[in-house]
Design a protein around this ligand. Structure first.
Ligand code: ZN
Length: 249
């Protein structure tokens, strides 16, 4: 456990509650991050961004997940279409369809939304400052999304310094936790199962990953293929598979 996370009992007997803020998209990684934060901190707050993403169903997922974790607060920040561009996630561009992970293109995925995590971390840091929080969790991961520049640790470290300096006047005032950074999807699934135990299916049934916005997943977009492979490799049945029209192999 992060030593910064424990509650502190002062000499006069009063206790300081440790607090963290999670960026909760409603997907599998941010849900796992929230589970980790709930393990390490007394009070966990969450923030979700509505940027008119194609898979807006994930906002409903985030609401259900926040309730399942009984979070201290959950704010949905409506940003409108300010991230609109070429990514099929925020435009009418066709979404790539693949039959297996072997078909996925290398390099930067067409779904990359420039500056998305810069904006999200900046707004989260604003809310953290308002709430008196110095610990933010974000479910970015280098292992499976090598093409997204704003999912790399070097980017997160740079943002932490910039926001710490810009909001508190200190380079180390803000800690941005990225517990999934080096995990494969299979390792991430195993970790979530380990933390949540019997609660895993009832929490993860609410998670949404599919870029096409199909409940239970389309099984053919980049996000679905990576998620399906992770669950298969972990030997865990994904609770959302019950919604698929065709069986998952
Ligand atoms: Zn999909």
């Amino acid at each position: 456990m992060d030593s910064s996370a424990a509650s502190v009992t002062h000499q006069n007997g009063t206790m300081t509650t440790s607090k963290a803020l999670c960026i909760l998209s409603g997907g599998q990684d941010s849900t796992t991050c929230t589970a980790i934060a709930c393990q390490q901190f007394d009070a966990v707050h969450a923030i979700t961004f509505d940027y008119k993403q194609r898979h807006a169903i994930e906002i409903d997922s985030a609401v259900a997940i926040a309730k399942a974790f009984d979070l201290a607060s959950h704010e949905i920040l409506t940003l409108g279409r300010i991230l609109n561009g070429t990514s099929p996630l925020v435009s009418n561009q066709p979404l790539g369809q693949y039959t297996s992970t072997a078909e996925l293109p290398g390099g930067v995925e067409p779904t990359f939304v420039p500056a998305r995590n810069i904006l999200f971390l900046t707004l989260a840091a604003n809310r953290a400052a308002v709430l008196g929080i110095h610990d933010i969790f974000i479910g970015v991961c280098e292992a499976d999304f090598a093409g997204y520049y704003d999912c790399r640790q070097v980017f997160v470290d740079a943002m932490a310094v910039a926001l710490g300096e810009g909001i508190w006047g200190q380079p180390d005032a803000l800690r941005i936790h990225t517990p999934l950074m080096q995990l494969t999807k299979a390792e991430s699934v195993a970790l979530a199962v380990d933390i949540l135990g019997d609660r895993f299916p009832s929490v993860f049934v609410h998670t949404h990953t599919c870029y096409a916005g199909i409940k239970g997943g389309c099984g053919q977009c980049h996000a679905c293929l990576i998620r399906d492979r992770g669950f298969r490799e972990a030997g865990v049945v994904d609770p959302i598979w019950q919604f698929r029209s065709s069986p998952v192999n």
